[in-house]
Design a protein around this ligand. Structure first.
Ligand code: 13P
Ligand code: ZN
Length: 277
């Protein structure tokens, strides 16, 4: 099968465009990765030619010998739909999880996203603890989420509570909450370690003054999670613009969340519930 005919490739390309249309991918902002299933690799591997090995910049032993579809560094997600072969690539991780080889794509040269260490370390965590086969890691520069990192305390529980309160569907969509990490230099091992630790515990991770990482078992689920969080952030930005931080007239209370959890059979993050109003 031709690479561009594979369903997962089409869905990957589609998510890049959907995110771009949302305004989350100015210039080369944001990136996407997918851990390719064995049978999917089999169906397209006749098209692969392997380049030299390069360092990942971290170790992902549990992903050794696996294949990934990733966006290219410096590539504009806006262009992925029209020029996929120039802007995305398939890589293979080596035996000991320290290096990768490009085996398809980026046909004018280049390398995978600078956030490859964060993507692969997150993919490793979700592979380890995956109940429903999460294989997608998506990083976007969501405007309202970023705006909130300038006015809310950079505390995972407070961020989660504030976003849960903004729409009744939020605790249903992200019951484990959202992790927040303070500003760090992007593109390296340190931020990858900090993010992947958060992915053990939370549904999504916010990078202060930068953007957000989400995971998903389908492309729709990853996009839907980002969209839900960004929408509740937009509502909160509007509420703060009208009323100021932490000065709502009324909100969804702890008692309301407990009631919701009972009826929707949710296990809500206890640390967040404890600080609800
Ligand atoms: P890349 O172009 O290397 O993917 O970087 C974009 C980005 O958002 C960095 O955090
Ligand atoms: Zn970024």
């Amino acid at each position: 099968m031709k690479v561009l005919e594979a369903k997962f490739v089409k869905q990957f390309i589609n998510l890049c465009f959907e995110g771009y249309q949302k305004g989350w991918h100015e210039r080369n902002g944001g990136n996407l990765s997918y851990r390719i299933k064995k049978e999917e690799v089999e169906s397209i591997k006749e098209n692969f030619t392997y380049q030299d090995e390069r360092e990942i910049g971290t170790i992902v032993k549990d992903l050794s010998n696996e294949y990934f579809l990733v966006t290219g560094s410096g590539c504009y997600l806006m262009n992925v739909k029209e020029y996929p072969e120039e802007n995305i690539c398939i890589i293979k991780v080596n035996d000991d999880g320290t290096k990768y080889q490009i085996c398809r794509g980026l046909k004018n040269g280049g390398k995978p996203t600078s956030e490859l260490p964060s993507h692969l370390m997150n993919l490793e965590v979700i592979k380890r603890r995956s109940i429903n086969e999460k294989r997608i890691v998506y990083h976007m520069h969501a405007t309202n989420v970023i705006a909130l990192t300038f006015v809310l305390p950079l505390n995972s529980e407070i961020f989660t509570r504030e976003l849960w309160e903004m729409a009744t569907e939020c605790p249903v969509v992200f019951p484990r909450g959202i992790g927040v990490i303070p500003w760090m230099v992007p593109g390296g091992k340190d931020i990858a370690i900090a993010t992947s630790k958060m992915i053990e515990k939370y549904d999504a991770v916010i990078w202060a003054h930068h953007g957000m990482f989400v995971t998903g078992s389908t492309f729709d689920e990853a996009f839907g999670l980002a969209d839900t969080i960004e929408k509740s952030a937009e509502i909160l930005v509007k509420v703060i613009s009208m009323k100021g931080v932490f000065s709502k007239e009324q909100t969804i209370s702890r008692e309301n969340f407990i009631h919701l959890a009972k009826d929707f059979n949710l296990t809500l993050n206890e640390d967040v519930l404890k600080i609800c109003k």
